[in-house]
Design a protein around this ligand. Sequence first.
Ligand code: ES4
Ligand code: ZN
Length: 319
Amino acid sequence: MRLPLVELHLHLEGTLEPELIFELAERNGVALPWGSLDELREQYAFSDLQTFLNLYYANLDVVRTRADFALLTTRYLERAAAGGVRHAEVFFDPQAHTSRGVELGEALGGVHDALQDGERTLGISSKLIVAFLRDRPAAEALDVLKQVLAGPVPVDGIGLDSAEVGYPPELFAEVFALGKANGLRLVAHAGEEGPPAYVWTALDLLGVERVDHGIRSLEDDALVQRLVDERMPLTVCPLSNVRLRVVETIADHPLPQMLELGLLVTVNSDDPAYFGGYIDDNMAALQEAFGLSAAQRALLARNGVEASFLDPAGKAQLF
Ligand code: ES4
Ligand code: ZN
């Protein structure tokens, strides 16, 4: 039996493949700073989160119209379906687009249309999580959230991403309170490059229901105990952690240790166009490095379903 793959940590913007960058540049008449695909690919050696983010935001210049956002999303869903994904809860960063003059409704509308189509044609159910950029002002995030809530596109949750260190979760307490008051599900990146203290405040002051990454939680035994006791999901992204130098190699990744500790760990792909692979590639890399047992593979699959925001009937359908 093929285990159900559930993607819970994926930035749609991070699925913008080099080939699609050239395709969109051509159709939008955008002059790229790269002469060839190979020249662009040479930029993908990152030394940390910030060097990656610089390229991630710069490459978005080619994504402009509602049709572009729909195409980006559809290409992701097609690749995900080919890799066995049955359900995806995807992040979208409105401020990465509104800050460069794209209309919120065009961006979010294109994504939403494609997610709906993907559900019908590819059989991938999905949830849409708008993520706020923590290295921009919280007042801007609040304003964007109000626009989303007043707009026509329904979203399922809110998240917090971008440069972490120096931008603790508590800066966004008001944003998350408004999201919660409107019935949205709450997640935040914490403990990727930032300290365990950021995981504590994401839990206590934002009220998150999942922690994205969270791997630096291992530095704090009391925090690990709490995460285990609360069955708090951690959306871990192994290939991302290697490419952003959070861990040295895949063989050094603490995922087996995290499972051993009883943490509710899920495997995800983060920004697959940038980090060398989609969720199936992440699973394959773990399999090769650790020779995961059938029981461990089944546990990871079950964790993905449990940690999703599907209702009980939706979860039952995945098994
Ligand atoms: C991200 Cl890997 C990562 N971390 C934080 N923010 C992000 N946005 C896109 N990818
Ligand atoms: Zn991420």
